[in-house]
Design a protein around this ligand. Sequence first.
Ligand code: HT7
Ligand code: ZN
Length: 869
Amino acid sequence: TAPIRLRDYAPPAWRVESIELSFELGIDTTEVTARLHLRGDASRPLRLDGEGLELLAIALDEQPLDAGAWRYADGVLEVDGVSDGSVLTTRVRTHPAANTALEGLYLSGSREAGFLLTQCEAEGFRHITFFPDRPDVLTRYTVTLQADRARFPVLLAGGNPDGAGDLPDGRHWARFVDPHPKPCYLFALVAGRLEKIERDYLTGEGRTVKLVIWSEANVIDSCHYAMDALERCMRWDEQAYGRHYDLDVFHVVATHDFNMGAMENKGLNIFNAKYLLADPDTTTDDEYKAVEAVVAHEYFHNWSGNRVTCRDWFQLSLKEGLTVFREQQFSADMNSTALKRIEDVALLRRAQFPEDAGPLAHPVRPAEYREINNFYTATVYEKGSELVRMLAGKLGPEGFRRGMDRYFERNDGRAATIEDFLAALGDANDLDLMPYLAWYGQAGTPRLRARGHFDAGARRYTLTLSQHAQAHADLPEKPPLPIPVKLALFDRDGRMLALRMDGQTVGHEAVVVLDRDEQTFAFDEIERSPVPSLLRGFSAPVILECDYAPADLALLLTHDPDGFNRWEAGQQLAALAFDDCRHGGQIALQAWCNALAQLFADPTLDPALLADLLTPPGEVELAEREQEVDPAQIHALRQQLQKQLAETIGAFALAQRLAALEVAGPLQLDAVAKAQRRLKRRVLELLALIDAPTAQARADAQYRRAQGMTDRLAALSVLVRSDAASAADALADFRRRHADNPLALDKWFAVQAQLPGERALERVRSLESDPAFTLKNPNRARALLGTFASGNPSGFHRADGAGYQLLAERLVALDALNPQIAARLATAFNGWQRLEPVRRDAARRVLSALAEKPELSRNLAEIVAGVLK
Ligand code: HT7
Ligand code: ZN
């Protein structure tokens, strides 16, 4: 198929002012009647999208249409004779239970007990009815649902309830009216046997909103945490952005069968159960945070996405990057700013940097696509958020809020573009922000080079910054970007210096903006050569290249008052220490180990921050620094690095700390308890590297005594990874204990898929025969195959290529069921060109054979062709 291009955008010829949709719901067949009230230019043909629909009836202005007056082929229904104000009625049949792709209307769970639901973003609505399936067509929806009352007691759709009642033959109906015009990707319905919890929420504007969370009956008690999180984020959006909720009801539904994390359908959010259900016995501390974050993310879309939507899918980051940023702000406010920033930057480096460095690289606003579902990427989401963060940093809190108010006011009820966003932020602050548009149009992570020079005579420190784009096919000539660099200078005692620039004292931190290829910045009244701390808070999504001496980084790691910057210095130092491990060097390795041993002994340090400081960059990040990647070697060297750290701290000190972190009594979920558990896990992992018997005995005890999932899973993971004799028993116990809980069972699969090295493949193969394994459930497929292929480099990248072969075979099987998930798992092959020659050849062979398969979906074919490039 030909690609769809941003530059070909044209406004729709026809709009749909309102739609009356009615569903006769059934598991095997559902019939959908749609009445579209059309506005447009009668001289232009009416073309509606429709995929795999069985057309039962069609009428224009209440008159049945002759077969000659319409044509349906290749996913498009073309209708003749339509005039401005016409009403087109279609009746179609769909087959929810047969829909394994989980887009459009489908069945979640079993035929007997499951429920029906929809997923329309990005282009699922065309699987439900004929419609202009594009985000710039905004329509008022009236939706009537009819179904058997016993089988589908709960009937939900987006908007406000507008009546319900009985029908003959045990059937019933319910109607919903959404007063806010919306694109069809925000349409949703849910029907089935569900339980609810509910709460009244009083908005800052004084309106009462009914908040309702729905799930299958056996897990309804696990919805309370999400309800609390929902209330918190609603209040936060009122306070931080002045945004209030705008319907009488807000429904949230949990499903175990979902392609992504959650979906912000207007008034009816649908969640992957993994991001909604939380209970201490089965949910880890990190997962609690993720539930809070995803609940907030979807809720925040009500303004950044729903009230102001996207003109076209090229603008996806307009809603996703902005909403990720809003969620990150919220999570930072609810928890810890430094820890949240560490988590987000680590994710960016682990997921987005490799994407941006490989053949799948694309700009935050892509120029073209074949399959839009393949563009829900770390670049659009995470890098997109970093771009908003740069803009927010430039404007400052008040200027950013002014700009956001302007953006929401100006674009409310519109389908907007990235330009609209930059214009609103700029206009509200009398600034031209259009230079930032370049960030949205360039693929690749820019490199920022920094060179410092101290002139003792002039008491002046000069910093020369230059930017270097990654060579990339899409834009040979890249214009310089505005790169905000937040910085500070430290003296050799670790004190921050007052900064004087151009005769002015600017405080202890300054932001300089590099907007040319190279620029020099001068700092006066500096007595001795300082240590620069650059890119503080990760002020721009770039790769910093600076010839730091290990001692300088160690000084920042031990003295910077800001936790994030401390961590960042530690990460850079750890990377140098990793190089030492390879080359037998000592300087960086000792500097890193000694600095951390010193911090380990500091009782005032936040345990959660300490845990993060004690964690070197992951194997994927370390691989990004290599010319030629040997994942087995990276794994071994990283183990050696951590072992050295553990030895420097000492087995005794580690064991002592472990004992001190042991808490008796019932599980606590407060920040202090979570921080302690985080550190306990890290300490146990380090101890396992140098004193396996002691660590295994501790892990064994921790597994048996664990009050919650965080401790239980940490212990299990240490037992499995360190090959403890008791690992098999612990695994069997976990399997038995959580047999009825799919989310806990996913963790059981994932922990084994992470086994490092050659053994992993065999384990994955044997787990595929576990009766609980199925490719039909995305969470399960991701837990086993996704973890193996994307989260276990030394296991997946076997030199014999058997890991690649296994993934390729499973991708073909998965693709026949669910192309979106197959395509996503296939991105594990990204970066194969930089593997060492033996693995590279093996990967090429497997990928080339996969690309030859004639039956691949458009989703998978695009990714396979893309990575092979
Ligand atoms: N906006 C939502 C995207 C989404 C999605 C996209 C493609 C296929 C299935 C999907 N489910 C949800 C999620 C979000 O970013 O909030
Ligand atoms: Zn989103």
